[in-house]
Design a protein around this ligand. Structure first.
Ligand SMILES: *[C@@H]1O[C@H](CO)[C@@H](O)[C@H](O)[C@H]1NC(C)=O
Ligand SMILES: *[C@@H]1O[C@H](CO)[C@@H](O)[C@H](O)[C@H]1NC(C)=O
Length: 164
């Protein structure tokens, strides 16, 4: 439950930032930085089926190097979620707990291949983060996001921002 709340709050934050960089090319999804209100490292994200197909499983290869945080085995999570451009999650977030501890400054890779793809609207948002959901209400160590499709959704996005 805690993790779910974590995602919902972040989703709104990430969405406002992503509005600035709408992607018109739906064929190649590019993940870019996200802003969570404090400094978080950027994740490198590659997806298997591009674009994802509704109802299938998607694979994500996520790598990065944390500049100041430590990945702690059994505590730090990888979280992936899909949302629509109104800030509504399309499914509950996918969560994978790290099984190895990794020091700051060391590159890590994590691959997951069974992330269920929800029924996707024309425009949607994918968020990926590495963080600790239990540390002071959830701390994001690193993240990346992508907006697929969409062009005139800015008004709705800013409405969400006001709700935070
Ligand atoms: C992560 O993947 C990169 C690129 O494939 C590879 O060079 C690196 O050795 C991998 N790191 C770990 C910790 O597996
Ligand atoms: C997706 O992965 C899960 C877990 O591995 C599996 O149970 C399910 O059958 C897969 N679904 C599809 C559509 O491949």
């Amino acid at each position: 439950m805690k993790n779910f709340i974590f995602a919902s709050i972040l989703f709104a934050l990430l969405l406002t930032v992503n509005a600035a960089s709408f992607q018109l090319n739906r064929r190649a999804i590019t993940f870019g930085p996200c802003d969570v209100g404090y400094s978080a490292d950027l994740l490198d994200v590659k997806i298997g089926t591009d674009p994802p197909e509704s109802g299938k499983n998607e694979s994500f290869d996520v790598s990065g190097t944390l500049t100041k945080n430590v990945i702690t085995k059994g505590i730090t999570i990888l979280q992936i979620w899909y949302g629509d451009l109104n800030g509504i999650l399309l499914d509950k977030p996918y969560i994978q707990i790290f099984t190895d501890s990794i020091k700051a400054g060391t590159q890590f890779n994590i691959s997951v291949s069974d992330v269920p793809t929800p029924e996707l609207p024309d425009s949607y948002f994918i968020g990926v983060l590495v963080g600790d959901p239990d540390a002071s209400g959830g701390v994001v160590f690193a993240c990346a996001s992508a907006t697929v499709g969409g062009s005139s959704e800015k008004t709705k996005i800013f409405d969400i921002f006001k709700l935070i």
